[in-house]
Design a protein around this ligand. Structure first.
Ligand SMILES: [Zn+2]
Length: 306
């Protein structure tokens, strides 16, 4: 099967490993709160124009204003850091559910009280790059420098170095630069599986914890009406299927959240209903991603000599 083709289209195939989650759990569930507001595109941040993704103006992608501030869009992002974050914080802390934050460095620096609340809640804060932007075209040296700034921003605001990484809109260099930087237990820039897996592309074994853009509240900002009930329906279906499959081969599920999206009052009920649904099931390990990564490293180490 030796091939020079650089993608892995096989993965675990028919025979996924037995995850052996702690306590005999069937399914590992990771809730992820993206913290991005204040790190998005803006001429205030030296960018060419305004933000074009994931605001409540029509479809998921809108035309940016070039060379000018987009005040409506900015205020929709501000809703996330001002009100949405705290609504989600109340829900999640009242239920004492473990959570991972994907924290954009610049956004955390602009809201120290939110960063301190994450740390006080025992949430993991993983790095979501320094900026909430598209890294596809960024020169390598600049991206490397930004990875360093992203780590420092979390150390400064949360008080602990991130051990998880998720860029989102990656460049051709992102994965390699993250491996070279070191100090990360896992990398979530992949949507390729229902279980963690090792990547051997860049010199040393690199653990991938796949993330999800379908079990994700970004669906609220695509075309058409999408209600809290729709969100609940979709992620409940995903949970039920993975829970059923996990009777044979335990799986991992990720749910992605955004302060300015599911943090709106018309939507958060869908998340609350999902948590009710999960709580009605036995043997679900709701865990921070760093804990899932630590389990995988201990129980499913990389291939010897790889
Ligand atoms: Zn994000």
């Amino acid at each position: 099967m030796a091939s020079t083709y650089p993608r892995d289209l096989f993965g675990y195939g028919r025979t996924p490993p037995q995850a052996s989650w702690p306590g005999g759990a069937r399914l590992a569930l990771s809730l992820v709160l993206n913290y991005e507001e204040g790190g998005e595109n803006s001429v205030l941040h030296g960018d060419a124009g305004s933000e074009q993704f994931l605001a409540d103006i029509g479809p998921a992608q809108i035309e940016p204003l070039i060379g000018a501030r987009a005040y409506n869009t900015e205020s929709m992002f501000e809703y996330g850091s001002r009100a949405g974050f705290w609504r989600i914080h109340r829900l999640v802390t009242s239920r004492q559910v473990p959570l991972t934050v994907y924290g954009v460095g610049m956004a955390l620096v602009r809201n120290p009280p939110a960063a301190q609340a994450m740390a006080a809640a025992g949430w993991e804060v993983a790095s979501h790059a320094y900026r909430w932007t598209n890294y596809a075209e960024m020169p390598e040296a600049e991206e490397r420098e930004q990875i360093g700034r992203a780590i420092a921003a979390i150390e400064d605001t949360v008080g602990e170095r991130p051990v998880g990484w998720y860029c989102g809109r990656v460049s051709a260099n992102t994965r390699r630069l993250v491996v070279e930087e070191g100090g990360f237990l896992y990398d979530s820039d992949s949507y390729a599986d229902d279980l963690p897996y090792w990547n051997y592309e860049h010199g040393r074994p690199h653990l991938i914890l796949p993330y999800s853009l379908d079990n994700n509240d970004l669906r609220f900002s695509t075309n058409g009406v999408f209600t809290g009930e729709d969100f609940f329906d979709y992620i409940r279906d995903a949970f039920d299927m993975l829970y059923a499959e996990s009777a044979e081969t335990p799986k991992m599920m990720s749910v992605g959240l955004h302060c300015r999206l599911v943090g709106r009052p018309g939507r958060i009920g869908g998340l609350a209903r999902f948590l009710d649904h999960v709580e009605a099931h036995d043997d679900v390990w709701i865990a921070r991603r760093r804990d899932i990564a630590a389990h995988w490293i201990a129980e499913h180490p990389p291939e010897p000599g790889a």
